[in-house]
Design a protein around this ligand. Structure first.
Ligand code: GLU
Length: 376
């Protein structure tokens, strides 16, 4: 039986990716303030109801271009880097101001590819964003275009949005652009094309119809959106592509407007945990006491207090096996301390950890989001 489109309001942690062509009017080179104000009303509505909202916003280069009055046409790498340096200031300011009208604090995060691809940096970025969410801020994320070079860049914010969504275990990624969804044939072939409302699985046929499309301002066409869909759905995040050309685009999705949903076969936690269990080589072992075993089975994080012994050579962010004192595997997870520091904090209460390490360590040695129970 085919699955129907979910309701946007069912989701608790939503990443909203906003394309450059929506934020910047290509003709006038101006920021589309009233559109953004309306979007921020939608965001505030969702945020009010205890949802976590994250924004991935493009537009730095496009805005910088207009502030600097650069001529049309392609930019050289250093020109786009310099344009982004100018535009990002304006971009962050407008988000802060527009969200601020609703009493929401924005926090700017600029990431480079390594921040999500290298595990240690990934953990670090995630902690920061998690803290912002805990404080009920809305993180506003973009690629750090001023230092990104061709070899080390996401290149388009669709895939960046998907990376952020999976990193934060978001349950939904919304891609707002000038495209209202995926059609059953590439546009421009002269025949009538129909919007596909729900994609249950990204098959080669789906990739085939994605074709190549794009606009002058944004980097991502439908192909990068399908790439983003693959990243998101295989890690347990649903995705929806909708047009941002309307005012209040999120309300429009809620009201059943045109869009394409890409469904994930698994729930987010399972998929993420599968990744931890399946794709990493454990580098060490943490032996834990019976109290910690019971706490972990109840869904808690692993704290230094529950650890009895540490073995192996591991760095912060590596995968480790967690065993009880009889050596039975309890689970696997990503460890927040390296082996030397883990050895020092064995059995300590979280309050004592700082005194021993000389710096404020993570309260959890393995956060429950990074933990797979039951062995791999
Ligand atoms: N990061 C780029 C910017 O802010 C946009 C990339 C994209 O359009 O996907 O200008």
């Amino acid at each position: 039986m085919s699955r129907s489109a979910p309701a946007l309001t069912d989701f608790r942690r939503i990443v909203v990716k906003v394309g450059s062509s929506l934020l910047v009017d290509s003709g006038a080179g101006k920021l589309r303030e009233s559109w953004l104000a309306a979007l921020c009303e939608d965001i505030a509505d969702l945020h009010k109801d205890k949802r976590d909202i994250l924004v991935v916003s493009s537009g730095a280069i496009a805005l910088g271009r207009s502030v600097l009055k650069l001529p049309r046409g392609p930019l050289k790498l250093e020109e786009s880097q310099a344009a982004a340096a100018v535009g990002q200031i304006a971009l962050a300011r407008i988000w802060a101001e527009m969200l601020g009208r609703h009493g929401i604090t924005a926090g700017q995060i600029l990431v480079t590819l390594g921040d999500t691809e290298e595990r240690r940096r990934y953990l670090n970025a995630r902690e920061t964003i998690d803290k912002l969410l805990e404080w009920r801020s809305v993180p506003v994320i973009n690629e750090n275009d001023t230092v990104a070079t061709t070899e080390i860049r996401y290149g388009d914010n669709d895939r960046l949005g998907a990376r952020v969504a999976t990193m934060m275990s978001a349950d939904l990624l919304v891609l707002l652009s000038d495209i209202d969804g995926l059609y059953d044939a590439p546009p421009g072939e002269g025949r009538k094309v129909n919007l596909i409302p729900v994609v249950e699985r990204i098959t080669p046929q789906i990739e085939g119809v994605a074709g190549a499309s794009g606009s002058e301002l944004s980097r991502g066409g439908m192909q990068t959106k399908i790439e983003a869909g693959k990243i998101a759905t295989s890690a347990g995040t649903h995705m929806v592509i909708a047009s941002g050309k309307t005012e209040h685009p999120l309300r429009a999705i809620i009201a059943g407007g045109r869009c394409t949903w890409f469904l994930t076969p698994a729930n987010p936690v399972t998929a993420r945990k599968k990744w931890i269990a399946g794709s990493l080589e454990p580098r060490g072992t943490l032996y834990i006491d019976a109290g910690a075993v019971a706490a972990l089975r109840r869904g808690a994080s692993l704290l230094p207090a529950g650890i009895k012994r540490v073995s192996g050579e591991f760095d912060r962010g590596d995968a480790v096996i967690i065993r009880d004192m009889d050596g039975a595997e309890i689970g696997r997870g990503l460890v927040a301390y390296d082996a030397a520091d883990a050895g020092k904090v064995i059995g300590l209460s979280s309050a004592d950890v700082k005194n021993i390490l000389g710096f404020e360590g993570r309260a959890e040695i393995v956060h429950r989001d990074d933990l797979v129970m039951g062995g791999a």
